[in-house]
Design a protein around this ligand. Structure first.
Ligand code: ADP
Ligand code: ZN
Length: 741
């Protein structure tokens, strides 16, 4: 029993506060409890992070109330939060925001019951007429209640009608409606039925991988993380499924992380079906859940009813007790990195959580990140290879198309080279399917003036506006700015505007024109705005109603279509020329992943890679499916340049709407850092970011590198805390950055 509790309140005050624990709560306030405390002259919600026998603080006030019958977070998760704050150079209250979903932080007591509005009696017409005259808002609300499906949660009703609670209460007083408290269960997959499916008989390599995981489950505290390096289609998911079964059999729980983009109905179904015998066993967490669904899925895990969670990045914080296994599928995916504070990488957080909770980590991928593979070669991880495709299919044949030669042939290189065009024609004849990949949306990527050479740039960002034919407007892919297409060049007034560069929209149009009989569909962020569009398109493609699917990275990952025998990569160079030390790695991964979509059925697959740099190493190694060769040369490059995995990088971005102020602040900060940092750390000169202007802000970068990252992180934090920045200057610290633009 402790007399005091140290808490972090749900606000950014950058301080932990001590409160006394009243006697009636003495043995119930523990680390991880949610409490309500007096704060300034009001109150605040907070999380207990420590319990103390005494406190140095003066004038300590008592905790007002304890929320929920069990602590919301475990002591292990609080420990994880502390680690994240230190490592990612970020205030702990910001970390706590990621740890506890907002809907959970707000909810007062455990399973929150909601107030539902039920119609109570039917009002006679005169009464309604009277209401319309004397209390029009009540009449309006009553109309809404009769029109909307009943019963409706009071909160939803008021949100939808923008009317207030007092209006609703007035209707209750008139006896026209009733409010009833009801517990709500919102299962995001409640409407679907999952048919239990049996385990598959695994091949030798899969069996070996599972064995390794089972051994690790025997002594998780000493076993290093397992890197499951399995080529596309090698049956990694089956290994995960059976490893989870083994975990549950030991009375433990499991987390499966998948990139948001591959958290498709197909993926969820595989897990739900395998464990369909116990309906509530699998919970799902991702960003497309409604607040209510998130609340319920979270509680399903917190209460222990669900023992498996499958989710995107933030599911690494799932409130599971007795954790036995964390699987990170597609561990190389950069979407595991959160691009706002706390800027954590879910794979790395998973490894740390596993260490704290003494559980097993399995990182699966066809193209390991350089960081993870280096960890495996250094013995920090154990490598478990799956070299064969389960279906005995051959790896697809990858052909490189040299766009330089194509250009010589036809002046301007066509979107589809002759070779790719004839391969598509061939597939159409055989009723096989084709995927065309281009990592760029829109129709034309810029609108240029052939007289003065100026492009139409975004007024807020330093990028050209993309032309979208569907709405015939120019738009910025970074800030969403949208503009009409000018008739003449606004700079020089000449009627000389030309469209240059192309995106998926134009590929779709081009392919449809060349193959008028083929059914062509496009899948990218523009064409998939409707909620069900993604599912419908995939379904149509799977059932053979679409011949050619054109898309962005949305189609590159994890999808499995047996009838796809041809994949065309329209331009493999897009990633290669970004000012990013991972550009080569990304290209290699992308080519390998996209190529993995071909030939997953009976017929062998073929991949055409169109490129202006046919001899770049990432393209050549991907072509020969040579991960080891690629890894070796890329690693040498990274070592020469002191980049990860040899040194950690930290990227500081200083931004402001005023260019001079951003620059001045960046220079001052760099000077202070130079004084504060010992020689072992490298400090780059402050420089304009490659993407100099973004959403109206001028941006300057400072890149730091070093081995002792936690120390570096602390020194940066201390330097920042001592430095007053002008109000309109914002500073972001990104540890282990992925976004270098
Ligand atoms: P990966 O995740 O490695 O790309 P998947 O796990 O998606 O591969 O497996 C590809 C396909 O092979 C799936 O349809 C899966 O059901 C099937 N599969 C996996 N393991 C086996 C096996 N041992 N025997 C037969 N089919 C299998
Ligand atoms: Zn913009």
């Amino acid at each position: 029993m402790s007399a005091f509790a140290r808490v972090i309140i749900d606000r950014s005050i950058r301080r932990e506060l001590d409160y006394s624990v009243p006697e009636n709560l003495a043995d119930r306030v523990v680390v991880g409890s949610r409490v309500r405390v007096p704060f300034r002259d009001k109150w605040a919600l907070a999380t207990v992070v420590d319990t103390l026998d005494e406190t140095p603080a003066e004038g300590v006030r008592p905790i007002e109330a304890l929320l929920g019958d069990r602590p919301a977070l475990s002591a292990s998760l609080i420990e994880l939060a502390r680690w994240m704050a230190n490592y990612y150079c970020c205030p702990i209250e910001t970390v706590m925001r990621s740890l506890l979903p907002q809907v959970i932080r707000r909810a007062e007591v455990g399973w929150k019951k909601q107030l539902f509005v039920h119609p109570a009696r039917i009002a006679p017409t005169e009464e309604i007429e009277k209401l319309r005259k004397r209390a029009p808002r009540q009449a309006e609300l009553l109309d809404a209640i009769t029109q909307l499906p009943a019963p409706i949660p009071a909160a939803d009703l008021l949100r939808q009608t923008s009317l207030d609670n007092s209006t609703l209460r007035a209707l209750v007083r008139r006896g026209l409606v009733e409010l009833r408290e009801q517990a709500v269960a919102r299962d995001p997959h409640g409407a679907e039925e999952f048919i239990a499916d049996a385990e598959l008989a695994m091949n030798e390599e899969q069996t070996a991988a599972l064995k390794l995981i089972e051994t690790a489950l025997e002594s998780p505290e000493t076993h290093p993380p397992i890197l499951l390096h399995g080529v596309t289609g090698s049956g990694k998911t089956e290994v995960y499924l059976q490893a989870i079964r083994a975990t549950l059999a030991r009375g433990k729980t499991a987390i499966v992380l998948v990139p948001e983009i591959s958290l498709t109905p197909q993926t969820v179904e595989r897990f739900k079906s395998r464990f369909a015998a116990q309906p509530d066993m699998v919970a799902v967490l991702h960003s497309h859940l409604s607040e209510g669904e998130r609340h319920d899925e979270w509680h399903k895990l917190h209460s222990g009813r669900a023992r498996i969670v499958i989710g995107a990045r933030s599911a690494v914080f799932a409130p599971l007790e007795n954790l036995g296994l964390i699987v990170v599928d597609e561990e190389h995916e950069t979407s595991y990195k959160q691009e706002e504070a706390p800027r954590y990488h879910a794979r790395d957080v998973a490894v740390v959580r596993a260490k704290i909770e003494k559980c097993v980590t399995v990182l699966g991928t066809a193209t390991p990140s350089l960081e993870s593979y280096a960890n495996a070669t250094r013995g920090k991880y154990v490598l478990s290879p799956l070299t064969q495709r389960v279906d005995q299919c051959q790896m697809p044949l990858i052909r490189i198309v040299d766009l330089r030669q194509e250009r010589r042939k036809e002046k301007a290189a066509a979107i589809l080279s002759e070779k790719l065009r004839s391969a598509i024609g061939d597939r159409l004849e055989k009723h096989e399917q084709t995927i065309l990949f281009l990592n760029r949306r829109g129709f034309s990527t810029s609108l240029l003036c052939s007289n003065c050479g100026k492009a139409r740039d975004c007024p807020n960002c330093s990028v050209a506006l993309t032309f979208h034919r569907s709405n015939a407007r120019l738009s910025c892919h970074l800030c969403g700015h949208s503009a009409a297409v000018p008739k003449r060049c606004p700079e020089c007034g000449q009627d000389a505007l030309i469209y240059a560069g192309f995106g998926t929209e134009k590929v779709e149009a081009n392919v449809s024109a060349i193959f008028p009989k083929a059914v062509v569909r496009r899948m990218d962020a523009d064409s998939m705005t409707r909620k069900d569009a993604y599912r419908e398109t995939l379904h149509a493609f799977r059932s053979g109603k679409i011949d050619i699917l054109v898309g962005t990275q949305m189609i590159a990952k994890g999808l499995h279509f047996p009838n796809v025998t041809l994949v065309g990569i329209i331009n493999a160079d897009l990633a290669l020329h970004l000012p990013d030390f991972r550009a080569g790695e990304r290209t290699f991964q992308l080519l390998t992943q996209v190529a993995g979509r071909a030939g997953r059925g009976e017929a062998p697959g073929e991949v055409f890679v169109q490129t202006y740099t046919p001899f770049s190493p990432s393209i050549q190694f991907a072509r020969h499916h040579d991960f080891a060769g690629y890894f070796q040369q890329e690693l040498e490059f990274r070592e020469r340049c002191d980049f990860p995995p040899f040194k950690h990088a930290v990227l500081i971005t200083v931004r402001s709407e005023h260019e001079a102020r951003a620059q001045f602040s960046a220079e001052t900060l760099a000077r202070r850092l130079k004084e504060a940092l010992p020689e072992e750390f490298t400090l780059g000169a402050p420089a304009p970011a490659p993407l100099e202007k973004l959403q109206g802000h001028y941006r300057f970068h400072i890149l730091l590198r070093g081995e002792a990252i936690v120390r570096l992180s602390r020194l940066i934090r201390e330097t920042l805390d001592k430095l007053p920045f002008p109000e309109d200057v914002a500073v972001a610290v990104d540890v282990d950055p992925y976004q270098l633009l």
